[in-house]
Design a protein around this ligand. Sequence first.
Ligand SMILES: [Zn+2]
Length: 135
Amino acid sequence: MYQFSRSIYRELAPDIIEEHDGCANHERVLRSCELCVERLATDWHYFARPTKTLFNDIRIYFPMSAQLRVYKTVDRYMTFARDYFANNPVAERLDCRATTRRGTPCQRTPLPHNGYCPSHQHLAETEDIRQQLAA
Ligand SMILES: [Zn+2]
């Protein structure tokens, strides 16, 4: 899924306004792209205007002269990503990986980056610790 946000970012990156103190703008643009793609992947039914949302988030990091190009790039990728996720439901989004206290599988929608729903995020953390101990 992150290939989408990476691709948008790569195409937009040359136009991002550089700041004196490094690459903060680049990080903000990449983060906005990731959030938007994540939302499209998990919630595209309710995400009415992905192009407008992402464009409004990131347009301040681009000069006037690049605005039209940025809008077209965002629109092309958001339209493509929306179609893609509508036709290929993301596997991780189906159910949370945790088991409830009653022993049944948790059926809440998980966060895409670790497969646990918001109320089971602590399990992802202990999983990390277990992996570190096993390593
Ligand atoms: Zn859960």
